[in-house]
Ligand binder design. Structure first.
Ligand code: MN
Length: 208
């Protein structure tokens, strides 16, 4: 597990995303987060800490509490642990440009004694202890050697039918700032104008 792909995709002179590095000391509680990301297509980035990085899947429709619903989760590059607190705007034209919200945060616990091995085999069983997502979940790879997985709620006391409860609609706000996507965009808007004459003059004023 390394961050080569993560670093290669980003220009850290232009984005405020953390550069980060692989964390050496293993923490007893493993971080779990979901970021709602309004890139060219809105999606939810599901991330769990393992081996000093955040393993990551992009979930186009976001999680569902309904155990009969399988949500496509595309495995993407590992992210640094520091990414787990990132909320803001990735500048236009940069990789993943758009607003990022910290939609859920907490810890996760593998139900497999060797999660790395379980991932290799294509089925990870785990417990989420998030502010929004709780209970058992499964990540299941449905194409061998491919990046396409399903994220699925296991039928336990936290399960709810999608027709009655869509968690992405019921709980749309940030767990960090309590902001909506629109409020985050407004709050961090200056980043968008980084290269514009207006904001460079603003910067000069601030320097005086
Ligand atoms: Mn993303």
């Amino acid at each position: 597990m390394a961050l080569k792909k993560y670093h290669a995709k980003r220009d850290f002179k232009k984005t405020t995303e953390p550069k980060g590095k692989v964390k050496k000391d293993a923490s007893p509680e493993n971080l779990y987060i979901i970021q709602k990301h309004a890139a060219s297509h809105l999606h939810y980035d599901f991330r769990i800490e393992l081996g000093g990085v955040l393993l990551s899947w992009a979930v186009p429709k976001g999680p569902s509490l309904d155990p009969t619903v399988k949500r496509l989760a595309v495995h993407v590059e590992d992210h640094p642990i520091e990414y787990g607190s990132f909320e803001g705007i990735i500048p236009k034209g940069q990789y993943g440009g758009g607003t990022v919200m910290l939609w859920d945060t907490g810890t996760w616990e593998s139900l497999d004694s060797n999660p790395k091995e379980a991932l290799k085999k294509g089925h990870l069983r785990f417990i989420l202890k998030g502010k929004k997502l709780k209970g058992r979940w499964d990540l299941i790879r449905f194409q061998k050697e491919e990046d396409n997985w399903f994220l699925k709620k296991y039928d336990d006391k936290y399960a709810k039918p999608e027709s009655e409860y869509d968690i992405t609609e019921k709980k749309p706000k940030s767990v960090k700032s309590k902001y909506t996507m629109e409020q985050i965009t407004k709050h961090y808007q200056d980043v968008w104008d980084e290269d514009s004459p207006k904001s460079s003059s603003k910067k000069k004023v601030q320097q005086k």
